[in-house]
Design a protein around this ligand. Structure first.
Ligand code: UDP
Length: 236
């Protein structure tokens, strides 16, 4: 499969068209941003690590009946994907209070949530991805009520599968963000699932093993990403 025109360059990935109009190639970069682009840097080999982790997780989810955009891993940094019409909703699932949940609602960091929280954010960098409910999303024309209910159900199912997958690898899945897209009348999981888009804490020490190490200059960023990759791939 050959890359043709670049369709889009985002913060962590480039997307290319291919000679098949139904397929695109996602190329994972080492660039890292946080706080909506206010903090910028690079994480050495992040693109390779996030591609490997994402391909493994999408494959596992497919094996459990979750449809995703993954077709195949093409190379270290490249993932061949179905071309989605991305839904401009970021779906966040939370099992343990951290990040904006702590800031917005005053939860103590680390509070275990009895029921996972699912949130919708508008995917719009200029507006700083505001939190929204179903009526906002429908009023904005980004999704229908029916689609939003599919996104919520899908996020809950994915959360259950990922939580167990990571527990078996001695990682707590604190929270994560998903993106979905439309494809031939279906809704597929898109984008990536990686330490850039999830919070992972070590099961025993609670050490942060994700992008929070970059966000808050905790050091050992590459080591944490590498360790997550090792644990994700080790039980193959
Ligand atoms: N997240 C993401 N992209 C975003 C916003 C959030 O991947 O644009 C992920 C983030 O890494 C975390 C989860 O979604 O795992 C919840 O993020 P939160 O709302 O706490 O916001 P943050 O603290 O990242 O600003």
């Amino acid at each position: 499969m050959k890359k043709s025109t670049q369709l889009y360059e985002g913060k962590a990935k480039k997307v290319f068209l291919t000679d098949d109009s139904d397929l695109v190639i996602q190329e994972f970069k080492d660039d890292a941003t946080a706080f909506n682009n206010k903090k910028k840097g690079t994480i050495s080999e992040k693109g390779v690590v996030n591609n490997a982790i994402s391909c493994k997780l999408f494959t596992m989810l497919e094996e459990h009946g979750i449809r995703t955009h993954l077709v195949e891993k093409l190379s270290d940094r490249e993932m061949l994907c179905r071309h989605l019409d991305i839904i401009k909703v970021e779906v966040v699932a939370r099992n343990i209070a951290a990040g904006s949940l702590v800031k917005r609602y005053g939860f103590a960091e680390g509070t275990v949530l009895e029921h996972p929280i699912i949130e919708f954010y508008l995917k719009d960098d200029e507006l700083d991805d505001p939190l929204m409910n179903e009526s906002h999303a429908v009023a904005l024309g980004v999704a229908t009520f029916e689609e939003l209910s599919v996104l919520k159900e899908r996020a809950e199912a994915i959360n259950a599968l990922l939580k167990q997958f990571f527990a078996e690898r001695k990682l707590k899945l604190v929270d994560f963000k998903l993106e979905f897209g439309r494809h031939k009348g279906e809704i597929l999981l898109g984008d990536e699932i990686s330490p850039d888009t999830c919070r992972f804490w070590d099961l025993e020490t609670n050490e942060k093993m994700d992008k929070d190490r970059f966000r808050f200059d905790l050091g050992g960023v590459e080591h944490a990403y590498g360790e997550v990759q090792r644990r994700v791939l080790e039980l193959d």
